[in-house]
Design a protein around this ligand. Structure first.
Ligand code: ADP
Ligand code: TYD
Length: 207
């Protein structure tokens, strides 16, 4: 099973990913946790470039860099893992590109989809959880996060940008309701986790 986690920065997706990892491991599953961009040397190097505030990056260059990081990850890590019984939990995947570069930066959506298809090689998650909170709530959570520090290049984009990103996620949910599950992120961690587990159990029993 390949599960991805989406949401605006600070929504609580990594928290939920870790709770679900523990849940799978407690049931004897082998679990692989990866993050995007990341998980290969090349992708981690590209991540540094993308998040650094040292230089500006044009929206199209940004799209291609995220996509280059992704395709390396897909070929080197995700595709091999898909041939085993390992559960893959991915902190962000291709929907981030649609939401951030497409809706957020305003790049042409058809072109973004075309690049996404190349980058993923058609490998899509079985299930995607979108942890939905608004920008103001996510900001508040990030302020209290351990090691919160200075905002990275993407986080500097501001409220209007993140509102568009959130709208983008909601549009994806409308077009792909079976794969892309919207989760009310305002609740307590355990209540959200409970919802995720119910959804996973349902998918495991009714493929
Ligand atoms: P993301 O991975 O989406 O950036 P995190 O999981 O790192 O978000 O969470 C951001 C901050 O919000 C962390 O300090 C985390 O402990 C806190 N947090 C996560 N989930 C919740 C929740 N349901 N309610 C309140 N705070 C939360
Ligand atoms: P990260 O720290 O992983 O996200 P978060 O703060 O939510 O834990 O940073 C990755 C950043 O890159 C985040 O702002 C989302 C952005 N991003 C894109 O714009 N497009 C993409 O395709 C991906 C994977 C991430």
């Amino acid at each position: 099973m390949f599960v991805s986690f989406e949401g605006i920065d600070g929504s609580g997706k990594s928290t939920q990913l870790n709770l679900l990892r523990e849940w799978f491991e407690a049931r004897g599953h082998s679990v692989m946790v990866i993050r995007e961009p990341g998980a290969t040397l090349l992708s981690e190097s590209i991540r540094e470039i993308l998040l650094s505030t040292k230089q500006s990056i044009t929206p199209t260059a940004e799209l291609l860099l995220f996509s280059a990081a992704r395709t390396q990850l897909v070929e080197k890590v995700i595709q091999p893992a898909r041939t085993t019984n390992t559960v893959i939990l991915c902190d962000r995947y291709v929907d981030s590109t649609t939401a951030y570069q497409g809706y957020g930066r305003g790049l042409d959506l058809e072109r973004v989809q075309a690049i996404n298809a190349i980058a993923t090689r058609g490998v899509m998650p079985d299930l995607t959880f979108f942890i939905d909170v608004r920008y103001e709530q996510a900001q508040q959570r990030m302020q209290f996060a351990e090691g919160g520090g200075e905002p990275d290049r993407m986080e500097r984009a501001g409220g209007d940008f993140f509102n568009r990103v959130r709208d983008g996620y909601l549009s994806i949910a409308a077009t792909e309701p079976k794969r892309f599950v919207v989760i009310d992120g305002y609740r307590e961690r355990d209540a959200i986790h409970h919802d995720l587990v119910s959804e996973v159990e349902r998918r495991l029993t009714t493929p």
